[in-house]
Design a protein around this ligand. Sequence first.
Ligand code: URA
Length: 447
Amino acid sequence: MNPTAASTQTFRAIDVIRKKRDAGELSRDEITSLVNAYTRGDIPDYQVSAWLMAVVLRGMTRAETAALTDAMLRSGEVLDLSSLSAKKVDKHSTGGVGDKTSLVLAPLAAAAGVAVPMISGRGLGHTGGTLDKLEAVPGFNVNLPVAQFRRVLESCGCAMIGQTAEIAPADRKLYALRDVTGTVESPYLICASIMSKKLAEGIDALVLDVKTGSGAFMKSEEDAAFLAELMVETGERMGKQVVALITDMDQPLGCMIGNALEVVEVVDILRGEGPEDLRRLCLELAGWMLHLGGVSATVAKGKKRSEKLISSGKALDKFRQMVELQGGDPRVIDDPKKLPQAQHTMTVSSPMGGYLTSLQCEQIGTACVVLGGGRERKEDSVDPAVGIVLHKKVGDTVSAGEPLATIHYNGATRAARARQLLEESYQIADSPARERRPLIHRMIGRA
Ligand code: URA
């Protein structure tokens, strides 16, 4: 019998729970045994819940975090994409409001010759999800089996799907348990959850967009930087190139929030139009993807090349190709009216003139969820047509009665609730805010 088998045989969940409860450091074997036993269904939810809470309260060392990530990663299939000659690079955001950068970046980086195998998530809490946005395109299939995912990736250089049963199944089980046991908010558990899924994609490099501000899960820059450092170090331990940008989520990104509306804004950006903040962040993240993907010598050159791929129409063509290959209707790109449209719109106007000094970003995300653009309960379906278009952002001047936002809605009761949340989100003052928050706070990792 080999030593791993012997230690698995003597493994008792209660010993591991007690050790973490008493602030001990778990060995790689103990963590692997716990994850494997739980994935197989050999230990009950109540024991793993107790262990998760001990982790939330006691934390983990870097070695424990890496061991947990590794065990979760190996609980399922790890894609082998070595047959593709291009470097495989993905981007992951920790989640925000109006954050549609993934839909821009996958085709943009693919147009530059980087392979982008992207496995994304659905909306979580007040934040939107890439899969829900993609599904706003009629026919778009985010549930491709791995073999088909690989075929799309091979023929167009990018493919975007949801987590399958084969990839990191331990995370699926653990995430569902964390969601109902108050154990989501641990940087160690968030790191292992995100990195296990991303590393299972068979990537060479990863660009992380860690959000901070009132619409992010990590409200303070300090907490965002801690999580970013943990994820960068964990990825590097596993031999991957990882950089993280800490970026602002104190107001929504871009002007459109809601699934179909966000696809419209994605197409605008890929046409060289669209709001300045979204365009700037997309170019920065693309610059990093191209640099780590080995097709641009520097990030600055990667940004320049990305601008050219947008102005030449090549990035938009790549998006069209991916939409078509995944079963979506590519006509939405030239005719956005073919995307789902809400039946009604309603304007929210400014009660006074002045300067817009802040937007309560989480509340704006919640307003979109209330309209039906996200889920209030797990089993809810999402209305792709509803959402909010912002006409003013922080720093803008506004006059009394001028439109601040337009609500796209399908139900009057939902619209009234969303309107109230929106009205409460705006802070308008006689003078501008003293400090403007930067869009990109800082970079963590080795350039
Ligand atoms: N997203 C994930 O995939 N996992 C977490 O734990 C938090 C956000």
